[in-house]
Design a protein around this ligand. Sequence first.
Ligand SMILES: [Zn+2]
Length: 127
Amino acid sequence: MRLLIIHDDPEGFCGAVAGELAMPSMICGVSECVCTRAHLGMASHAFSSAVEVAEREFTKHDLVLAAASCLQESGLWSADAARILGHRVADVMAEVAARYPVGLVLRPRYDPAKDCWWYHYELPVRE
Ligand SMILES: [Zn+2]
């Protein structure tokens, strides 16, 4: 399936590991925080300013489990809550990734007014 992985963006920041599964950051509400313009590496729990659309031998169920385990490891949610949220995260990630071609680099921006993420990208130019 098509999903989002961490991209190490030389023009941004990346504390996560390039290629690991990515999910939207939880928004903390601190105005100086980078969480509104980053996604999280599901294994590293670190921020990256860019993600990449990728095709992986994954089922939706795999993605739900990965997201739920990341959420539970954060310590913010119980196992039950993490499982429910994991479904939501996997749905959103699959839906976002399906909109774009494989290999495209996306820069996430959280819009607090609409409570949603926007994805900025540059189309590759022919050289
Ligand atoms: Zn934050």
